[in-house]
Design a protein around this ligand. Structure first.
Ligand SMILES: NC(=O)c1ccc[n+]([C@@H]2O[C@H](COP(=O)([O-])OP(=O)(O)OC[C@H]3O[C@@H](n4cnc5c(N)ncnc54)[C@H](OP(=O)(O)O)[C@@H]3O)[C@@H](O)[C@H]2O)c1
Length: 271
C-alpha cells in the first residue's frame, strides 16, 4: 500500500513539502490536507490534490503520517481536534518550531510516535536543511517516510536527542537570517565604495552562492579554502584582520549561542 500523508495546515511550508513530494514521485492521491483557509486549499487543488477540507473531521483517518504544519501556538489545540483520527499505525511529523514532543503527545496520546523537525526557509525552493529527532516509538518505516518529506525540500540530518534540535535551530533553522544579515552588510559596504545597488547585489549574491558551492564540493577543509584566497600582505588579509579586530568569531559564537538559548526557553514556555 502506498503511504498516505495528511497535512494539518496548508500554508507555505506544507505547500513546499507537497510540491517536493509530488516532484519526487508521490501521487496526489497519497496526499491530503486540512486548513481553515479555502485559498490555501485551492492552491493544493491546482496541484492535483483532491482530499482537502476546511474542516479537519475526516482528513486524518488511516493516514500513515500526519504533518503538523500550523503555527506553533495553535499546534497543540489543532492536534487535540484530530486526536480521534490518530490510529495505531499513524505517526506525527511536527515542524512547529519550539513545541516539545511531550506537548504534542499530550495533545493526542503519549504512545503516538512523534518525529520533530526543525526545517528552514530555503525549503521553499527545495534547498532546505532539516534536523529530525524521533521518539523510540517511531518505526524504521515511519522514520523513512518522515525523511522522504524533508528530503523532498532539501537535505535531512538526524540528531540523537530532542535537546539537540535547539542547536539545529541555532545553526540552520535561524541560520538563513545570519547569512542574509551578512549579505546585506556586504551590499551596503559595496555601495559605500561606489558600486550601484544592482551591481553590489549581483556580485554579493553570486559570491555567497559560489563560496557555499565551492565549500560543499571541495575536499579541502573550509579553513584551507579561506587561506587559499588570503595572500600574505594582500587585500583579503586586510579584510580578515579587520574582522578579527572586531571579534568576528566571538560575535558569531555569541549569536548562535543566544539563539540556542532562546530556543530552549521557548520550548519550556510552550511545554
Ligand atoms: N525554522 C524555520 O525557519 C521555519 C520555517 C518555516 C516554517 N517553520 C514552522 O513551520 C510551521 C508552518 O509555518 P508556515 O510558514 O507554513 O505557516 P503558514 O503559512 O501560516 O501556514 C499555517 C497554515 O495553517 C492554517 N491553520 C491555522 N489553524 C489551523 C488548524 N487548526 N488546522 C489546520 N490548519 C490551520 C493557517 O490558516 P490561517 O492563515 O487561516 O490561520 C495557515 O494556512 C510553523 O509552525 C513554523 O514554526 C519553521
Amino acid at each position: 500500500m502506498s503511504p498516505q500523508i495528511a497535512f494539518l495546515g496548508a500554508g507555505n511550508m506544507a505547500t513546499a513539502m507537497i510540491n517536493g513530494l509530488l516532484a519526487s514521485g508521490f501521487s496526489p492521491s497519497q496526499l491530503r490536507a486540512s486548513d481553515p483557509s479555502e485559498a490555501a486549499l485551492s492552491r493544493l487543488r491546482s496541484l492535483g490534490l483532491s482530499q482537502l477540507d476546511t474542516s479537519p473531521q475526516h482528513i486524518f483517518i488511516d493516514a500513515d503520517l500526519v504533518v503538523v504544519a500550523v503555527k506553533p501556538q495553535v499546534a497543540p489545540d489543532a492536534l487535540v481536534a484530530i486526536r480521534d483520527q490518530i490510529g495505531p499505525n499513524t505517526a506525527i511529523l511536527s515542524i512547529a518550531a519550539g513545541i516539545p514532543i511531550a506537548s504534542l503527545q499530550a495533545a493526542v496520546d503519549p504512545s503516538v510516535p512523534v518525529i520533530r523537525c526543525m526545517p528552514n526557509t530555503p525549503a521553499m525552493i527545495g534547498k532546505g536543511a532539516s534536523g529530525l529527532f524521533a521518539t523510540a516509538q517511531a518505526s524504521d518505516a515511519q522514520r523513512a517516510l518522515a525523511e522522504q518529506v524533508t528530503n523532498a525540500v532539501g537535505m535531512t540530518i538526524w540528531v540523537s536527542s530532542e535537546a539537540l534540535l535547539d542547536a539545529v535551530t541555532a545553526v540552520s533553522g535561524s541560520g538563513p537570517a545570519y547569512f542574509f544579515a551578512l549579505i546585506e552588510a556586504i551590499i551596503a559596504a559595496g555601495i559605500d565604495l561606489g558600486l550601484d545597488q544592482k551591481t553590489a547585489v549581483a556580485l554579493t549574491l553570486q559570491t555567497a552562492i559560489g563560496a557555499a558551492e565551492l565549500a560543499g564540493r571541495s575536499e579541502l577543509p573550509i579553513s584551507t579554502l579561506r587561506e587559499n584566497v588570503t595572500s600574505p600582505g594582500g587585500t583579503t588579509e586586510q579584510a580578515l584582520l579587520a574582522l578579527q579586530s572586531h571579534q568576528f568569531d566571538e560575535i558569531i559564537t555569541h549569536a548562535v549561542q543566544a539563539c540556542a538559548e532562546r530556543a530552549r526557553t521557548l520550548g519550556e514556555e510552550f511545554g
